[in-house]
Design a protein around this ligand. Structure first.
Ligand SMILES: Nc1nc2c(c(=O)[nH]1)N[C@H]1C(S)=C(S)[C@@H](COP(=O)(O)O)O[C@H]1N2
Ligand SMILES: [Mo]
Length: 437
């Protein structure tokens, strides 16, 4: 007999061991409310809020600002982690010569778009203070007609608006370590952020210049003091690279490359050159510092892989995490983000028993190409120990590996492109820690 779709989903219908419930549970208002309130009541008691008259209900509030700010109650609660060079900072894989790097606190965020002020930043030579009237990008090399464009010229070109993540290939580098340290999600997975980017496709501009036959690479270079440059295959440049002129509807943050950057969707973050000043069309890679001495992958045999550019398929549980503990047994939502550098995420499975059994999480649509995708699944925590994990699959059938599989393949010399399954251990007292499982 087929089930009546209109009937409320049975909250006792377990879809994997350890208390994972049907992913549609929270879509049913009545059940969801009951379950959520039960947990809230359990956690906070039955006190009635708002009995007295609060000041804000009695007096007019403050005036508007020319540029909005967060509530003062959010400022301390949600902020980026900015590693300081004075600390011994093994958590974080990046140059420690500047304090210009920062990590997104995914443990405090919802949705899929990272607010501009919380976008991670990896900046090898500090953040330049560029006057947009004094800055332009030149497209030259193997082209019939070189062109030079400033922000005004770019704003007059046909633009596209797309949602994409950027991930530094050093993200999660701390998880190559032998033993699991109890680091929070910003420190293990904070080098990825998602934005809505508006920009001009490189294909539009390269067509305008007339590329000479034999072009195989472009070399993109930044205007920061170290002129960070990377070679990108010409085919990829023509496929979906853009010069981004807006981030979430406004001009870029200085951290993100103001006034414009290259956005190379799905390729390691280092190739998305910020403060872009030159696109050089050529027939060979330039072998710059950042594609030789750095951002290459050491393999078990001691040799290095070069131009391992594409971001793999990956996911993380953002809540619950070790930024909280579970106050009382009851129904919780397990939620997180999944992404793939090749296209769409097609499936995310969740396990609460350390990978023995898995259940499909619900994906929040629309699912975009090369963008963070939110997943969620309800979980009835009975107060026992648990190990929470998520496993993403992309539309090309790539499945996120276990940590053991990843280390077997890549060895222990590696530092980039760690993308294995991440684990949160739950203790009987509700405390959560980062563990290897
Ligand atoms: N010019 C320039 N571009 C750069 C960098 C830089 O230091 N200088 N850092 C790169 C690295 S290593 C990464 S991971 C991404 C990070 O982009 P974001 O800081 O906007 O998050 O920018 C890349 N582009
Ligand atoms: Mo990076």
């Amino acid at each position: 007999m087929s089930k009546n779709k209109n009937l409320p989903i049975d909250a006792t219908e377990h879809v994997a061991s350890g208390g994972l419930l049907n992913r549609r549970l929270f879509l049913n208002t009545a059940i969801a409310t009951t379950a959520a309130l039960a947990t809230t009541r359990a956690a906070y008691g039955q006190e009635v809020v708002g009995e007295g008259q609060e000041d804000w209900t009695l007096y007019p509030g403050s005036d508007a600002l020319e540029y909005g700010e967060r509530s003062r109650f959010e400022v301390e609660r949600v902020k980026k982690f900015v590693p300081k060079v004075t600390e011994a900072n093994e958590d974080y894989y990046a140059l420690r010569t500047t304090n210009a790097n920062s990590l997104t606190p995914h443990q405090h965020l919802t949705g899929t778009i990272t607010p501009g002020g919380l976008h991670f930043s990896v900046t090898h030579h500090g953040i330049p203070d560029i006057d947009p009237d004094q800055h332009a990008v030149v497209i030259h090399g193997m082209v019939k007609q070189p062109i030079k464009l400033d922000i005004n010229a770019l704003e007059n070109c046909p633009t596209v608006t797309r949602e994409h993540f950027i991930e530094c290939s050093g993200n999660s580098g701390a998880l190559w370590s032998e033993t699991a340290r109890n680091i929070t999600l910003d420190r293990s997975h904070g080098l990825v952020s998602g934005s809505q980017w508006t920009g001009v496709l490189l294909s539009t501009l390269l067509d305008e210049c007339g590329v000479s036959p034999g072009a195989k690479w472009i070399v993109a270079e930044g205007a920061d003091s170290g002129s960070l440059s990377r070679s990108i295959p010409f085919e990829k440049a023509m496929k979906d690279c853009m010069i981004a002129i807006a981030q979430n509807g406004e001009r870029l943050m200085p951290n993100q490359g103001y006034p414009f950057r290259l956005l190379n969707p799905g390729y390691e973050g280092n190739t998305s050159i910020k403060w872009l000043r030159s696109i050089y069309v050529t027939d060979r890679p330039v072998m710059s510092r950042f594609e030789t001495s750095r951002y290459t992958d050491r393999m078990p045999d001691g040799k290095s892989l070069q131009f391992s550019l594409e971001i793999d398929v990956k996911s993380m549980i953002t809540r619950p995490s070790n930024a909280m503990s579970l106050p009382k047994h009851g129904v919780y939502e397990i939620t997180g983000l999944a992404w793939s550098g090749r296209g769409k995420v097609s499936r995310v499975e969740v396990s609460v028993d350390g990978g023995t059994t898995w259940a499909d999480a619900a994906l929040e649509g629309p699912v975009h190409d090369i963008m963070l995708t939110r997943f969620r699944i309800p979980w009835m925590w009975d107060g026992g120990t648990a190990i929470l994990q998520s496993r993403a699959t992309d539309e090309f059938g790539r499945v996120q590996p276990t940590r053991t599989e990843m280390i077997a393949r890549r060895g222990r010399n590696a530092s980039y492109h760690f993308h294995a399954i991440h684990s949160w251990g739950v203790a009987t007292n509700g405390e959560i820690t980062h563990v290897y499982a």
